[in-house]
Design a protein around this ligand. Sequence first.
Ligand code: NAD
Length: 376
Amino acid sequence: PAWVTRVRQSGNPPRAGGFSVLVTGAAGFVGSFTSLAIAKKGWGVVGLDNFNHYYDPALKLTREKLMHKNGRIFVVHGDINDADLIRALFHIVPFTHVLHLAAQAGVRYAKEDPMSYVQSNVAGLVSVLEVCARARPQPAFVWASSSSVYGLNSHYPFSEIDRTDQPASLYAATKKAGEEIVHVYNYLYGLSVTTLRFFTVYGPLGRPDMAIYNFTESILSQTPIQVYRGPNNTAVARDFTYIGDIVNGIMAAVETAAKSTGYKDHGKTKRKARPAQFRIFNLGGNRPVTVDEMVTMLEKTLNRTAIRLYESMDGTGDVPYTAANLTLAEKHLGYSPRTSLKKGLKKFVLWYLKYTSRNRTPKNSSPAGEPSDPSP
Ligand code: NAD
């Protein structure tokens, strides 16, 4: 069938010895930019995404068009719970890496649809790991966890060895469960595992369910925005991380993982040559900013005043403060975020204005809201 040819073309690296990466959640915010970065390197990349309706799927289709146009990337429409489909993809392309980004994201939505988190972040994760563990050659597994695993921990900034046993939301709990599940696959099957804990990612083509997108929309339409306050009316802060920086961190993790897969004999089923790596890295922005400060920056960028409504974040599942210690990521991945929130917000707003104005004129046939260069 035609899709097999498209998977083969998209997944096989044009350069001999290049990697081939299966990206789950490829139509997502982080997945689409990372897929483009992989294609730009000259490696093969095949996407997998179920294009769910958690937020406007039109944005996912826009990203899909961009990936096709700028990277000749093919995204298979399917679910990570479909292990037969993933196995079939491995038969077509012997992936060197699986970059697992598909998940039910969002903290607050977990109160509305708890089972979708279990389905994608626990069952779906196991489905992908089962295929990876048995594939020969075995791919390196790189996947997205979240700063939310630090939960109610208030030992700032968070280091990878800090406690993660007090999640504040079901989203956080399923990511934490995921971190324990991947350990089993590393221990039992010698799967090389790299866990990346992202801290509040934002930028062009970003998620409409997240604060920066939401607030921009509200400031422009002059509707009130909810600014959460923490316990005892303290300011809430986030270690906002620009998408270009996150992509650099992921790319470094992909390259580093390849150097240390347990199975050196790609293609054969010999015992592993040495223990496969098991690593966890924070990927953050290096400077927590209060939500109030962020709104002020947005006001300046948009040249409009926000209508702020202060509300307690109690009962939402959100945590008051996040801050990443980046020592490990710096040391092993050479990771160092370069885009300030001020600069990143400008890039976001430029894209947002273009995207929303183009979407109001459906006659335009080119992919809506092509981002300005996302690189930091
Ligand atoms: P996103 O929602 O834009 O992308 C996730 C993609 O996965 C979506 O396109 C969705 O359609 C797809 N998906 C969900 N369930 C699926 C399933 N069962 N089968 C196939 N596809 C499925 O989110 P994002 O912001 O790009 O996040 C990427 C990853 O990073 C997620 O694992 C998320 O939990 C994690 N993360 C994101 C942030 C952030 O601030 N954006 C922070 C921490 C962690």
